[in-house]
Design a protein around this ligand. Structure first.
Ligand SMILES: C[S@@+](CC[C@H](N)C(=O)[O-])C[C@H]1O[C@@H](n2cnc3c(N)ncnc32)[C@H](O)[C@@H]1O
Length: 317
């Protein structure tokens, strides 16, 4: 979990942008944006990748941008305003990609990008509740217009189910102790990141508190994945994305943890299987950031990019 596989990327173009998305050069290399083509960015975030796709496909390339975070969409309206007639933006979950793309008129597209996980602003704003480094309300929802917050989630979940989530989504070896501590402490609802972090700290043995990873990392990751249902529907949306690509269209997926990457790998394998493959795999092994990118942006360290190309004109249904 959270381990990096080595394997170096090549093909590094040197693009500059105020917000540089992870593995941006590699995505641009594989998508090769061009005028007259159409693209979908399923995870707009700070629009870094989307803006480069628009710039590189000037003057006539089109882009549909999706994010489940209303703040990301609001920011995209500003950042991408100069490209207005070439851009469609939608607030929504990419699990509805097919419906969103069809409604927006983006079928038979030339490239689709998923840059999974949370964005820097989500992580860095205390009030979003993703970070154990900053005290804030225990929210953790990427889409704050729907669903229970992490605080509400912790109120009702059974100890067993919580232990399983911490073990499976966080590979937390002290899952049992942490789940027990949370259930004991929640008589007074756990509503802040700092209180949860303190409960975790007290639940684990003292030597384990001093490891390379912060002691709350795995629990916060597991909770975030559960609260946002991050793995739900990922395989299905990759199938839908493949069916939205025109022949030769490319699908780029960046995963930040091994659970996600495993789903991408297996789904790509399924979609490229004989006798009637829909995709051809362009990256046998996932691409990872160069050492230079990892140095510049430590958050990029666990990123893995897989790329596939649409090979037939038939739609999978
Ligand atoms: C790592 S950031 C993307 C960064 C982006 N490529 C850029 O250049 O700034 C991930 C974004 O995907 C969004 N996201 C994650 N899961 C999503 C989902 N199921 N549906 C829609 N958006 C999602 C998050 O809200 C976040 O803004």
């Amino acid at each position: 979990m959270l381990k990096d596989e080595s394997g170096k990327t090549e093909n590094c173009l040197d693009f500059r942008h105020s917000h540089v998305a992870v593995l941006l050069n590699e995505v641009l290399y594989w998508i090769s944006p061009d005028q007259g083509k159409s693209y979908i960015d399923c995870t707009l975030g700070m629009s870094g990748m989307a803006e480069m796709l628009l710039q590189e496909s000037a003057p006539s390339g089109r882009l549909l941008g999706i994010d489940r975070d209303a703040e990301a969409i609001a920011q995209a309206h500003q950042v991408l305003a100069p490209y207005h007639e070439r851009v469609e933006l939608r607030h929504g979950n990419f699990t509805s990609l097919k419906a969103i793309a069809e409604e927006a008129g983006f079928t038979h597209v030339d490239g689709i990008v998923f840059d999974l996980g949370v964005s820097s602003p989500q992580l860095s704003q205390a009030e979003r509740g993703f970070s154990f480094m900053k005290d804030g309300p225990l929210d953790m929802r990427m889409d704050q217009s729907t669903g229970p917050t992490a605080a509400e989630f912790l109120l009702h979940i059974s100890e067993k189910a919580l232990e399983r989530i911490l073990r499976e989504y966080g590979e937390e070896r002290f899952a049992k102790r942490i789940a027990r501590a949370i259930v004991e402490e929640r008589q007074e609802p756990i509503t802040t990141t700092s209180r949860l972090s303190e409960i975790i700290r007290r639940a684990i043995p003292i030597p384990a508190r001093r490891g390379r990873l912060h002691y709350a990392t795995r629990t916060f990751q597991a909770l975030r994945i559960a609260v946002n249902g991050e793995l739900d529907g990922l395989a299905d949306v990759l199938r839908d994305a493949s069916s939205l690509l025109g022949p030769g269209g490319r699908l780029c997926v960046i995963a930040f943890h091994s659970l996600e990457d495993r789903i991408v790998k297996h789904t790509f394998r399924e979609l490229s299987a004989k006798p009637s493959p829909l995709l051809s795999l362009l990256t046998k092994k996932p691409l990872t950031p160069t050492r230079e990118e990892q140095r510049r942006n430590p958050r990029s360290r666990s990123a893995k990019l897989r790329v596939a190309e649409r090979v037939t004109g038939e739609r999978s249904g």
